[in-house]
Design a binder for this molecule. Sequence first.
Ligand SMILES: N[C@@H](CCC(=O)N[C@@H](CS)C(=O)NCC(=O)O)C(=O)O
Length: 219
Amino acid sequence: MLTLISATPSPYARKNRIAMIEKGIPFDLQTEIPWHSATETPKYNPLEKLPILIFDDGRPPIYESWYIQEYIVRKYQGTGPDLMPKELDDQLIVKKIQVLADGACDAMGLVFFETARGELMSKEWFDRQMRKVNGVIKAMDELVRENKGRKFLVCDEFSVADIAVGAMLGMMNMVETKYGLIHWKEQYPELRKYWEMLESRESFKETQPVMFELTEKVA
Ligand SMILES: N[C@@H](CCC(=O)N[C@@H](CS)C(=O)NCC(=O)O)C(=O)O
């Protein structure tokens, strides 16, 4: 049996959870707060980050969400949907979309900890990260509009690119609802429609992000 170390708000772990649910791969979920001292993440990953996929047969654990997606897609080819187009050029487009979606999540993570610094918060740093977030959201909206009514981003087939963008927008929705830091849904109605279509899938419904409260000082 596989175990995924995950956190309830993590868009990264959500991607892996969605991919495994879509493919019908059974796994146990180990939910943690990676910022707290009780986390098991350093035991498995020197970067001390989740998601981490643990095997029960002695194989070393793997980490980094895009790498886990790669593992799921390649090792479970033939189990459930491919989640990856057949042609190399299309695969490379999928990976480029993943880079942007993950980068937006990284920038929003930095914003989150910057705002926690209170008076020490750097407005320049905050604005720089928000530019990245808004830039990626705009680029994703362009992609959806260029797609002209096709349901999914690459080859009109559901893939890990859609999972990455959906998880990223889910994070942005949570941030918008809880902190009001961004307002993308009114600005980009087409992107919103695409995101809502993704969120209506069972795998997305089962993995709704939920923010946790940090009780230990992190930054
Ligand atoms: N690039 C990594 C990012 C993972 C990441 O930032 N995870 C957060 C939780 S959402 C974490 O574990 N942070 C703990 C830390 O950075 O110390 C991935 O895609 O897996």
